[in-house]
Unconditional design. Structure first.
Length: 120
């Protein structure tokens, strides 16, 4: 690619509680960027991921601290959706933000993507 890009990889757009779930992310030309991955919940709150299946405190932006491998899929979550999981729309965000910057102040410089799915 000629420019930085980020992509969320989901198998489908609708999932049932109790179903196996996996989401991955692929980033290109990530030099000079910190990676943030988060899911926005149906109630509008968000949870950032700092590694595979590793959640930050609710509504706290935390950069990805696990190994990154440019151009290869990076597993964000791999689990069985809990039976008591709230139904509704969930949206995964992948964000490349200027390295060591204040992520919530650097929004105009983000390279980002979003991919939503429904739990029913």
């Amino acid at each position: 690619p000629d420019s930085s890009a980020i992509e969320i990889i989901l198998e489908k757009d609708r999932y049932q509680r109790g179903e196996s779930f996996q989401v991955s992310l692929r980033e290109h030309l990530n030099w000079g960027y910190d990676l943030y991955a988060a899911v926005v919940l149906p109630d509008g709150q968000f949870v950032a991921l700092s590694g595979e299946n590793e959640f930050a405190p609710l509504n706290q932006p935390e950069k990805w601290s696990a190994l990154r491998n440019q151009g290869s899929p990076l597993s964000l979550l791999q689990l069985t959706l809990p039976e008591n999981l709230a139904t509704g729309e969930y949206c995964f965000y992948g964000i490349l933000s200027p390295k060591n910057g204040a992520v919530l102040e650097d929004i105009p410089q983000w390279v980002w993507t979003v991919r939503c799915f429904e739990v029913f």
